[in-house]
Design a protein around this ligand. Structure first.
Ligand code: SAH
Length: 214
């Protein structure tokens, strides 16, 4: 299997063809070896147009969803980003190419440990993975110029809005347990936000104090 070619085709057919325009995002998706974030039996399917299982009942998001949520953050390279839901570590690796620093939180220890090991083997030394309830954010490293939640929430957790820098964006799937819509919140002042709603999607549950119950 030629993974490099599969990745180039993924970017042109699934991502650029569907309207993702940010050249830095397209280049990052072309660069990060998505197959290395999956178990060996899943690797042949790594560049397909779908999410895939990563163990513990969780999934790595569809490539287009990764690209479009990343584009929505509008990154220039100087940002400190908070990600909730490390999962495989793939989205964190993409953010690490595009931002200055990435703080990622995962509630399941075994997934966090695997993601840390994978990220270590890449040139991604600007990512730190913490284990905990990401609905509380990670205030010690804030404020963040961008926050991405990669699990579906019943509502936007207030602590995340509080830890967002003015001018920063929070990208989060919000809705029921079976379907959500991507919301992009831009912090316009200390306690003011604008909201834009984007695509419909289906993510695994965000579980925690400001998410769904276990
Ligand atoms: N971004 C991941 C995909 C995430 S799947 C990737 O690139 O592979 C969603 C992840 O969110 C799961 O691993 C799940 O365990 C985690 N999660 C759910 N609720 C959470 C919470 N409150 N805090 C941190 N992680 C959470």
């Amino acid at each position: 299997m030629n993974f490099d070619q599969a990745r180039r085709e993924m970017v042109s057919r699934q991502i650029a063809a569907r309207g993702v325009r940010d050249q830095r995002v397209l280049a990052a998706l072309e660069q990060v070896p998505r197959h290395l974030f999956l178990s060996e039996i899943q690797q042949a399917a790594a560049y397909g147009d779908h999410p895939l299982p990563i163990g513990e009942g969780q999934t790595i998001s569809q490539p287009f969803m990764v690209a479009s949520m990343t584009e929505a953050l509008g990154l220039t390279g100087s940002e400190k980003i908070l990600e909730i839901g490390t999962g495989s570590g793939y989205q964190a690796a993409v953010l690490a190419v595009l931002a200055r620093q990435v703080v990622s939180i995962e509630r399941i220890l075994s997934l966090a440990e695997k993601a840390r090991a994978r990220l270590k083997s890449l040139p991604a030394d600007n990512v730190v993975v913490h284990v905990g309830d990401g609905t509380l954010g990670w205030p010690d490293s804030g404020p963040y110029q961008g926050i991405m939640v990669t699990a579906g929430a019943p509502a936007t957790p207030k602590p995340l809005l509080a830890q967002l820098d003015i001018g920063g964006r929070l990208v989060i799937p919000v809705g029921s347990r079976s379907s959500q819509v991507i919301e992009i919140h831009t912090k316009t002042g200390i306690d003011s936000y604008s909201i834009r709603k984007d695509t419909a999607c289906r993510f695994v549950d965000l579980i925690g104090r400001h998410g769904w119950e276990c």
